[in-house]
Design a protein around this ligand. Structure first.
Ligand SMILES: [Zn+2]
Length: 204
């Protein structure tokens, strides 16, 4: 019983984005409290949601070979996925424009010489210098080592003949939650978690 209750359940927010994992024990509590619905699939892999009552009804006829929690009179199939109905954890729309996040976007490597450095050896460079109208934006600020930064000074890329290695862009939003567990604890999670090709073990 306790192994069943410790199984991992995927938690989705109201936008059906994965935000977390929790134990089956916690998931069942949330469903009983009405804070979450169970996400179930039918034979055609379509998703539908259940509150406690409809999940109990569903559990009584769809529990063959599944993990269930039983009481004297009923059985409750352990959910694989739940979707929160009350708590909104909206994704941040943008990654904040900070020194640290620019370093992260650029993998702590100088965008001119390409070498990786410790943060204290790095600086930010305005590709088009501020005194030439360059703005402090994701598109115009790159990570630079101090020697490259000094060499470029307040020159335009063509004046210094120094160009960033890639076109600087705002970083794209990362998923709120991802896991490196492979295989995933439940196949149904695959609908919500991006599988990177390199993470997937191919079988024939
Ligand atoms: Zn450099």
């Amino acid at each position: 019983m306790s192994a069943t209750l410790n199984r991992q359940v995927l938690v989705l927010n109201r936008l059906w984005q994965p935000v977390n994992m929790c134990s089956a024990r916690r998931a069942i509590t949330l469903v009983f409290l009405g804070h979450a619905h169970v996400v179930g699939t039918d034979e055609d892999d379509e998703f539908f949601t259940h509150d406690v009552d409809s999940w109990l009804a569903h559990s009584s006829s769809h529990s063959e070979g599944k993990n269930v929690v039983r009481s004297v009179s009923s059985c409750f199939r352990v959910p694989e996925i739940i979707v929160l109905s009350l708590f909104d954890r909206l994704p941040k729309k943008q990654v904040k424009f900070t020194r640290e996040n620019i370093y992260r976007r650029d993998s702590f490597s100088c965008q001119y010489c390409g070498f990786e450095f410790q943060p204290k050896e790095l600086n930010l460079d305005h590709v088009v210098p501020r005194d030439k109208g360059g703005r402090s934006t994701w598109e115009n600020v790159v990570t630079s080592c101090i020697p490259c930064n000094t060499r470029k000074a307040n020159k335009l890329p063509r004046e210094a003949n120094m160009y960033p290695r890639g076109e600087p862009k705002a970083p794209s939003w990362r998923p709120l939650f991802s896991t490196t567990q492979r295989p995933l604890p439940c196949d149904s999670w695959g609908h919500f978690i991006d599988l990177k090709e390199s993470d997937v073990v191919l079988t024939d």
